[in-house]
Design a protein around this ligand. Sequence first.
Ligand SMILES: [Zn+2]
Ligand SMILES: [Zn+2]
Length: 177
Amino acid sequence: MVKTDGWGSVSVLEKMEIIDQVSKSYYVESMENKSLNAYEGGCLCGAVRYKVDGEPSVVAHCHCESCQRGSGAGHSTGAVFPAVGVRLTGHVSEYKYTSDNGNEVTRVFCPECGSPILGHNSSTKGYVSITLGTIDDSSNLEPKVVVFARNRKPWDGLDQGLPTFEDQPNWKPEVDV
Ligand SMILES: [Zn+2]
Ligand SMILES: [Zn+2]
């Protein structure tokens, strides 16, 4: 179902069971258009590597409290991709919790070095948010929005000039993962 490209990988879909018709058709369309970009990345120690096809639907700075705790910084910056185009290699650990609005959030990280790799939210099946700092070359990716600005710490400046929301705007895919 998901090409492994010789990565010998466990697809993130098999791992997360979040196959979704929407993302599947998006992926097939992208493949047909042969317009797929590919991003590669990995954790600090190198035990976890990944490859992602396509372009993110959005790149967002999220200042929510769980992103602060999960990243250890003032916010996390994530790129939302259809999960069907994501292939992981290496062993990962998951941490699941229930968000304030009742959705199940899963954070996927390297058990060796602790790097946060990606997350997903049960309200947006079929999409994952990949931490921008783990992408090898993210130089052409631009954050488009700031969310959960209400949780911003005084020492962590907002990205001025971007559309900014106090909490999670009502859109799909949800970027708070
Ligand atoms: Zn690692
Ligand atoms: Zn967040």
